[in-house]
Design a protein around this ligand. Structure first.
Ligand code: AMP
Length: 415
């Protein structure tokens, strides 16, 4: 029997959940102000959605997908990223007939068969946004600003935006040819996978994890030098808006990202505090993806935040989330249970309340109260016969007896 944890996945235990909620609620609050609405798409999709969209020559599709056949022999895949599912939802729900611009966000698990290490897992969570229907450079700027604003609201430091442009269908072929001729000279040194990429999609060699490819990449032609006039103007505008808003960015001519569908703007937000897994957020524009899936020509762009990396960073930078006070009601005798129920009903309107097991001794109940991290213990003992109760502050140890009717006021003073 193997009931251990599979490699690369982890439990998110209750102690950690407040951090998750903090990030999710902060992001949701900001998404709302930018007019994004939430979408929830399935965890698995037809495999083809990813081979076609994410790209056949990407690491994700070549090596990292959790693909299986269902009982009818259909090939399904646990989603390795969120964008293809959102585009599929856009298409099958014919959203393009309803609105010229669609802005959505999602939060959920993604699955990639990667080599697990700190900040890299096989099940991880992304919080992402997608915008469909806008081709103007303002919106590229705005999603970067949105990403930066979330990180700022979380009070994260040591972050930098890295940005690049990969060009469009018009200028990409010239760049592709230049890149191919460059790598051809070193063909024999490349790994078998990169040799295959050289024929099919030389751009992918630029984000290969192979050491030789990484070395060769240093001197490889860069997409920025091959941009057509429209792509250049688009990129310059994005950059100028970032400067206008005083967002710190660095043009990173070697940034290509690991997915095939990007056109024009690509960006990452990286931290200097997490070692090798330094990208917290990654995203970019994908103006041909909807068409690739057979939909009407629709520009698009988006980004995804890696939740686990963000949380590692939050904790590393000392984020401490206060838990709400816990009121423990210790019932000395079973005959006081009615008062215990009434009191818990009343207090739950404002507090977290735990009721002790009346069959246990007061001493045992107090031990529980302590272990559970209670802030206040209320004793239901003989005092209740005179409509009074004993209240003990578990933090400073002080206790007093107060009229039952005053309990809410008393707790306000004590907390
Ligand atoms: P991508 O979907 O590859 O563009 O990645 C977007 C973000 O998701 C990255 O910047 C990371 O923060 C996060 N991410 C990607 N892969 C993993 C992984 N295997 N484990 C944890 N986080 C990941």
């Amino acid at each position: 029997m193997n009931i251990g944890l599979p490699r690369g996945v982890q439990d998110i235990l209750p102690e950690d959940i407040p951090y998750w909620h903090f990030v999710e609620e902060t992001a949701k609050k900001i998404f709302k102000t930018y007019n994004y609405k939430e979408i929830r798409t399935p965890i698995f999709e037809y495999t083809e959605l990813f081979t076609k969209g994410t790209g056949e020559t990407t690491d994700i599709v070549m090596k990292e997908m959790y693909t299986f056949l269902d009982k009818k022999g259909r090939s399904l895949t646990l989603r390795p990223e969120g964008t293809p599912g959102v585009i599929r939802a856009f298409l099958i729900n014919k959203i393009y007939n309803i609105t010229p611009v669609w802005k959505v966000y999602y939060i959920g698990p993604m699955f990639r068969y990667e080599r697990p290490q700190a900040g890299r897992y096989r099940e991880f969570h992304q919080l992402g946004v997608e915008v469909l229907g806008r081709k103007d450079p303002y919106i590229d700027f705005e999603i970067i600003k949105l990403a930066v604003e979330i990180l700022k609201e979380l009070k994260l430091e040591n972050l930098e935006v890295e940005i690049n442009s990969l060009g469009c269908l018009k200028c990409r072929p010239t760049y592709r040819t230049a890149l191919q001729s460059y790598f051809y000279e070193y063909k024999d040194k490349l790994s078998p996978i990169d040799q295959e990429r050289l024929e099919r999609n030389p751009l992918r060699i630029l984000d290969s994890k192979d050491e030789i490819a990484q070395e060769l990449k240093e001197k490889a032609p860069q997409p920025l030098d091959y941009l057509c006039e429209e792509c250049k103007i688009h990129f310059d505008k994005v950059i100028s808006y970032l400067s206008l808003e005083k967002i710190n960015y660095k043009i990173s001519p070697k940034l290509v990202r690991g997915l095939d569908y990007y056109t024009r703007t690509v960006f990452e937000i990286i931290t200097s505090s997490l070692g090798a897994q330094n990208a917290i957020i990654g995203g970019g524009r994908y103006d041909n993806l909807v068409e690739t899936y057979g939909g009407p020509s629709t520009p698009g762009l988006g980004f995804a935040v890696g939740m686990e990396r963000l949380l590692l960073l939050l904790k590393q930078q000392g984020c401490n989330i206060q838990t709400e006070p816990l009121i423990f009601i210790a019932i000395e005798k079973e005959e006081f249970i009615k008062e215990g129920i009434n009191l818990s009903n009343q207090l739950r309107a404002s507090y977290r309340v735990e009721v002790g097991p009346p069959q246990e001794s007061l001493k045992t109940q107090l031990k529980w109260a302590d272990k559970l991290g209670s802030t206040i213990v209320i004793f239901l003992d003989e005092n209740i016969l005179e409509n009074k109760i004993k209240v003990k502050n578990f933090i400073d140890g002080k206790e007093k007896i107060v009229p039952l009717t005053n309990i809410t006021e008393e707790l306000k003073i004590m907390l």
